[in-house]
Design a protein. Structure first.
Length: 404
């Protein structure tokens, strides 16, 4: 849903100008230093980028999903590290509060997240629980008006910068699965919360991850999201539904950039007396990339509109994340191929993007997990349909069409 087309075009236009004139020229320095310059972070704050998806009543831009993905297409034209810094405040770091938080929790944190004064982080993954998120072992034991947290979270994006963590921990050890998990808001600096050293990653330099370690970390009970024990896994899954759609949008922005670089190179590079873009085998790689990119873009826009219309988009979000992240991997691979030897040299952006985009097939749920979710949802629908009478089958079919 687009609320005001003119306002949105103005926003997209200013983000596009900012990305192309300020972020793109800084990409290679960010990759070398592994730091985003403070002046650029200030500019991102000023543009309102940290609060794009936070409701207006808390100082954010309150973008709808369709508006958000359209802005993300622009943002992701530059290195993914820039989007990663604002990504947690708009997505996995704030959505738990927005979707399931109490009024007091919203009031306390959302305005500071929207302004970018506070960076948010989402701590679900652990050393022994990645894809099987419900197997997490971090414990939260109630003691008077507090919970005592113990455990380790791994690969936590923006943890080194974070002021607030959404932490999934087990409050009921008698339940091994999802129902024993609760979500907490833990402030950086709380005694008993420590950070590991920054991870040394394959790509996305400038975007930081590290372990977050809890050792007898006392968290006030009012920091339990929604004030409800046992609801934390569902909160995390709802957050990831949106997160996966946002990542798919990032894949599209990145693929547009990579394809544009590949096309520019193919038009410039001469071999056998003419630009390599004149050769059909090169043209085929460019055309395949464009077609797949268009398909992914259409999927993401459709899913975003459905979410705005209030539909359950778990399946669509997984379809988008699966297709778009695999698509950008293929586009980056072809771009390196088109660049030839130059594609293997760090001077060219495609070498960096090739490594950067590899992460999209892994985080916020691997490609294999997305396939599992898609199949699970489809099987639920089919089994429901099989057990109904003909009349109710018709109703279910109608519901399924609306839901699927
Ligand atoms: N929205 C709301 N509720 C959801 C949900 C969603 N998208 N997905 C699952 N749930 C609910 C289920 O309905 C179920 O509730 P009930 O027990 O009341 O029926 C509960 O959550 C448990 O669901 P399920 O049994 O499907 O959980 P599983 O342990 O089988 O795990 C997957 C499901 C694999 C989908 C989950 O573990 C997952 O997403 N793994 C990947 C984690 C990930 O993305 N990590 C990235 C780190 S964050 S950057």
């Amino acid at each position: 849903m687009i609320r005001d087309a003119q306002v949105l075009e103005l926003l997209i236009d200013s983000v596009r100008r900012f990305v192309r004139t300020r972020l793109v020229p800084a990409e290679s320095a960010v990759a070398q230093t592994d730091e985003i310059p403070a002046a650029l972070v200030d500019d991102m704050r000023e543009l309102g980028l940290f609060g794009m998806c936070i409701p207006e009543e808390y100082g954010g831009l309150g973008l709808t999903m369709e508006e958000e993905v359209r802005v993300t297409f622009e943002l992701a034209w530059a290195s993914p590290a820039f989007r990663s810094l604002i990504g947690t405040n708009n997505g996995i770091g704030s959505q738990g509060i927005i979707i399931d938080g109490t009024a007091a929790q919203k009031e306390k944190y959302l305005p500071r997240l929207a302004s970018g004064e506070l960076i948010a982080s989402f701590a679900l993954t652990e050393p022994d629980s990645g894809s099987d998120a419900a197997a997490l072992r971090t414990r939260a034991v109630r003691e008077g008006d507090s919970y005592i947290l113990n455990g380790t979270k791994r690969y936590i994006t923006n943890a080194p910068e974070a002021g607030i963590f959404t932490v999934m921990a087990r409050t009921d050890p008698s339940i091994k699965g999802a129902a024993g998990i609760s979500a907490f808001l833990v402030e950086a600096g709380t005694p008993g919360l420590a950070l590991g050293k920054r991870d040394s990653k394959m790509g996305q330099k400038g975007a930081h991850t590290c372990d977050v370690i809890f050792q007898n970390c006392r968290v006030p009970a009012e920091q339990l999201i929604g004030g409800k024990e046992g609801a934390g896994f569902k909160t995390a899954m709802k957050v990831l539904d949106k997160g996966r759609l946002s990542i798919a949008a990032v894949c599209i922005g990145a693929a547009e950039r990579i394809l544009s670089d590949a096309l520019a190179f193919a038009l410039e590079r001469q071999q056998f007396g003419k630009p390599i873009a004149d050769f059909q085998l090169i043209q085929a790689m460019l055309a395949d990339s464009k077609a797949e990119l268009y398909a992914a873009r259409s999927m993401v826009l459709d899913a975003a509109r459905r979410r705005d219309a209030g539909e359950n988009i778990s399946t669509e979000a997984s379809c988008c994340k699966l297709f778009a992240s695999e698509m950008v991997g293929r586009v980056a691979d072809r771009a390196v191929q088109i660049h030839g030897g130059a594609g293997y040299i760090a001077e060219y952006a495609v070498e960096r993007f090739y490594r950067d985009v590899r992460l999209f097939r892994i985080y916020e749920g691997t490609t294999q997990i997305q396939k599992m979710i898609i199949l699970m949802m489809t099987m639920i629908l089919i089994s429901k349909m099989k057990t109904r009478t003909r009349r109710t089958r018709k109703t279910t079919m109608m519901k399924a069409t609306a839901w699927a």
